[in-house]
Design a protein around this ligand. Structure first.
Ligand code: FDA
Ligand code: NAD
Length: 410
């Protein structure tokens, strides 16, 4: 099979690939120099839409509406944009082997791609209940959500099981956003998670109790402190119920599982240094292997603000790390330098009429992270500043009493 050769190759066609492509164009990449190789069938899109408006019964989002870079208010990069810029968008193509020493990539269909500079942007994959051998976890209508194909299957199931019952496994981002989306489709929803409250890595007990009450008022049942240990099927192999560890059996004709992600580092395993489950990079997203960069979910990078190496699985970092890597590539070609990545962690979520934003870190001592539900743009700016300045808090009661006024005074 013919070999294709590019100056720059991005493996992965998700959020960071799309934002990297825009930055390549800004930096003046020449026609024919850049290729994006993606196993997905569509041009890079804003993945967050999949667990929100893509599933809504009204105001539904569909491609091409949410191709990058609309998520951050930028121009939408339609497939034609890549053609105009001379960027090769090689879709439906999974890279199964990367040999960094010879700068060669091999696809599942056996094609060979050569590059001078590689950006690994493979993102994450879902953790599956079949990975733990949960009984019946291979039943039909048990869904995971990562890519648009997964979302399409879920949309079909929502149509087929009108007014049905859904069980959501996991109380993290997917659990909370999918419970809301299914409820909005008039499906009976029950959530199950092992922790004492939802989103335990980020929410305090107090914040979680606000969201749990809100969900309960929307008619969502929440079962905490237990896990799904088995699924019953009917004669067609479709899920009919879920057995919980505490002995309860819950009826369900749709199950959505959101029990976390795993960064897709396999392609470069043992060829680059790894750290905290990701590909270790410097502040320019350069890996330990020459001419290889890693961005987005797969990168473990120096988080300057907290003076430690971190991996971040959120869209704002996917966008910004991609831009940083491309700027660094061009700077190094021109013999100039750019500033180190100085990231302020930023997470957000939306469900029902709620919409929160979080900046910073969630450990104690001083203000290191700030969480705000339904903030105005000005208020969100103020909390971002607070998270970066990290003022000492000698009196928690004063902080509680002043609330947002505290942020405004910093
Ligand atoms: P991303 O997953 O976007 O892209 C990876 C790409 O690589 C995919 O196209 C994949 O198919 C491809 N790929 C992988 N291996 C390959 C191979 N071997 N060969 C070829 N292609 C390969 N964050 C947030 O801050 N707010 C939010 O609201 C949400 N909402 C949200 C909803 C859902 C459903 C998900 C799954 C995730 C979110 N996130 C989020 C997280 C956010 O979307 C995520 O952090 C970014 O998409 C990460 O961008 P990457 O480019 O690193 O990976
Ligand atoms: P997550 O890590 O946010 O949450 C996983 C949840 O499942 C946790 O509450 C965990 O304790 C629980 N859990 C673990 N094992 C379980 C088990 N056996 N049974 C029941 N619960 C179990 O992961 P997620 O929600 O699956 O999200 C996957 C990825 O998608 C992450 O990278 C996340 O950042 C991303 N995402 C982000 C957003 C957002 O930022 N708004 C939205 C959707 C998805």
């Amino acid at each position: 099979m013919a070999e294709k050769s590019f100056k720059y190759v991005i493996v992965g066609g998700g959020v960071s690939a799309g934002y990297a492509a825009r930055e390549f164009a800004k930096q003046g990449v020449k026609s024919g120099e850049l290729a994006i190789i993606s196993k997905e069938a569509v041009a890079p899109y804003e993945r967050p839409a999949l667990s929100k408006a893509y599933l809504f019964p009204e105001g539904t989002a569909r491609l091409p509406g949410f191709h990058v870079c609309v998520g951050s208010g930028g121009e939408r990069l339609l497939p034609e944009w890549y053609t105009e810029k001379g960027i090769s968008l090689i879709l439906n193509t999974e890279i199964v082997k990367a040999d960094l020493a010879s700068k060669t990539l091999i696809s599942a269909a056996g094609e060979t791609f050569k590059y001078q500079i590689l950006i690994v942007a493979t993102g994450s994959t879902v953790i599956r209940l079949t990975d733990f051998g949960v009984e019946g976890a291979d039943a039909k209508n048990i869904f995971y959500l990562r890519e648009i194909d997964d979302a399409n299957k879920l949309v079909e199931a929502i149509k087929a099981k009108k007014n049905g019952k859904a069980l959501i496994v996991g109380g993290g981002y997917i659990g909370l956003e999918l419970s809301a989306a299914l409820r909005m489709n008039n499906i009976d929803v029950c959530m199950v998670y092992p922790e004492p409250w939802c989103m335990p890595r980020l929410f305090t007990a107090g914040i979680a109790s606000f969201y749990e009450s809100y969900y309960a008022n929307k008619g969502i049942d929440i079962i905490k402190g237990t896990v799904a240990v088995g699924f019953g099927k009917n004669e067609n192999g479709e899920v009919v119920d879920v057995k919980l560890k505490d002995g309860r059996v819950i009826e369900a004709d749709i199950v959505v599982v959101g029990v976390g992600g795993r960064p897709l580092t396999t392609l470069v395993k043992s060829q680059v240094e790894e750290e905290k489950g990701g590909i270790k990079t410097d502040a320019f997203f350069k890996t330990s292997s020459p001419d290889v960069y890693a961005v987005g979910d797969v990168a473990t990078f120096p988080l300057k603000l907290f003076n430690e190496l971190r991996r971040v699985e959120h869209v704002d970092h996917a966008r910004k790390s991609a831009e940083q890597a491309v700027k660094a590539i061009f700077a190094s070609e021109q013999g100039t330098s750019i500033e180190e990545y100085d990231y302020l962690p930023y997470f957000y979520s939306r469900a029902f009429d709620l919409s929160w934003q979080f900046y910073g870190d969630n450990v104690d001592g001083k203000v290191v992270g700030v969480f705000l539900e339904s903030g105005t743009p000005e208020e969100n700016k103020a909390i971002a500043k607070l998270a970066r300045v990290q003022p000492l808090v000698d009196n928690l009661d004063r902080l509680a009493a002043e609330g947002l006024a505290f942020a405004a005074n910093i």
